[in-house]
Design a protein around this ligand. Structure first.
Ligand code: DC
Length: 244
C-alpha cells in the first residue's frame, strides 16, 4: 500500500480508518462507532464536499474553469488558499460559516469527484486530517484513510456493499431530505463515482491489505457497528477523545 509519511510528519496510530465506496454505510456506521468508543468522528468526504461547495461559490469549480489555459489550476489554488476549514463537534465550518446543510446538493455531487482528484486539494486535506488525529483518538472515514492518510492506523476497515444496495440506501437518504430521485439514476451516478474514485492517480480508492473487510449488503447498521466495536474495543480501553 502507498505510504506517504515523510520523516518528521505526524504519524497518528490511534485511528479507526474506515474506507469504502459511496453508499457502503461508512458515515452512519463510523459516527455511531465513534460515539460508542468515545472517539472523535471525522467525515473526510464532507471536507471534500465543503471545498467543492466553496469552489462553486467562487465560480472556480472544475467544470467552470476547465476552458482556462491551465485547466483552472491557478484559480482553484487561489480559491483553496481562501478556504479555512474548521471541524467542530461534527459540524463543518468554512471561513466561520456552518456549511453542513449545503454539502449534499446535486451541484456539489456532480463536481466533488473532480475536486477530490486534485493533488493540491488532497495534500491540504491530508494535513488537516492528520492534525485532527494528533489531538486524540478518532474514527475517520473516507477513501484513503488506511492506505494514505493513516497508514499506521491501529484499526483498518473496508466497508463494501452491492451497487444496487448502495443505490437503494442513497435513495432513502434523498427521500429523507424530501428529494425523489430514481434508483436507476442514482445507481448510474454511483458507478461513475466509483470509477472516478478508483482510477484517479492520487490516492485512488483501494482496500488496504491489512484491513478488516465487511460486505454490509443485507446487514443492519447495528450489526455492522457491533462487529466493529468488537474489533476495536479490546485494544481501545483507556483511550478517549477530549471533545474538540
Ligand atoms: O463519502 P462521500 O460520498 O461524502 O465523498 C465525497 C467524495 O469525496 C467522493 O467522490 C470521494 C471523495 N473522497 C475522497 O476522495 N477521499 C476521501 N478521503 C473522502 C472522500
Amino acid at each position: 500500500m502507498t505510504e506517504r509519511l515523510e520523516p518528521g510528519e505526524p504519524n497518528p496510530t490511534e485511528v479507526v480508518a474506515i474506507d469504502g465506496p459511496s453508499g457502503a454505510g461508512k458515515s452512519t456506521v463510523a459516527r455511531q462507532l465513534a460515539q460508542r468508543l468515545g472517539f472523535a468522528f471525522l467525515d473526510t468526504g464532507a471536507m471534500y464536499r465543503a471545498v467543492t461547495w466553496h469552489f462553486l461559490q467562487c465560480g472556480s469549480a472544475p467544470a467552470e474553469c476547465a476552458a482556462e489555459p491551465d485547466g483552472g489550476q491557478q484559480r482553484m489554488r487561489d480559491a483553496l488558499a481562501d478556504a479555512r476549514l474548521d471541524l467542530r463537534g461534527g459540524r463543518l465550518l468554512l471561513n466561520g460559516r456552518d456549511v453542513t446543510a449545503h454539502l449534499r446538493t446535486r451541484e456539489v455531487e456532480s463536481q466533488v469527484s473532480a475536486v477530490s482528484a486534485l493533488s493540491f486539494v488532497r495534500a491540504a486535506m491530508r494535513d488537516l486530517q492528520r492534525g485532527v488525529a494528533v489531538a486524540g483518538p478518532i474514527v475517520a472515514e473516507g477513501r484513503d484513510m488506511g492506505s494514505v492518510v493513516f497508514p499506521r492506523a491501529r484499526w483498518k476497515v473496508f466497508l463494501d456493499a452491492a451497487p444496487s444496495e448502495r443505490a437503494r440506501r442513497r435513495c432513502q437518504d434523498f427521500a429523507r431530505q424530501g428529494r425523489q430521485v430514481s434508483e436507476n439514476d442514482v445507481l448510474e451516478e454511483i458507478l461513475v463515482r466509483d470509477r472516478l474514485d478508483s482510477t484517479r492517480s492520487d490516492a485512488p480508492l483501494r482496500q488496504p491489505a491489512d484491513a478488516l473487510y465487511i460486505d454490509t449488503t443485507g446487514l443492519t447498521t447495528e450489526v455492522v457497528v457491533a462487529r466493529l466495536f468488537a474489533y476495536v474495543r479490546p485494544e481501545a480501553d483507556g483511550l478517549r477523545q477530549v471533545a474538540p
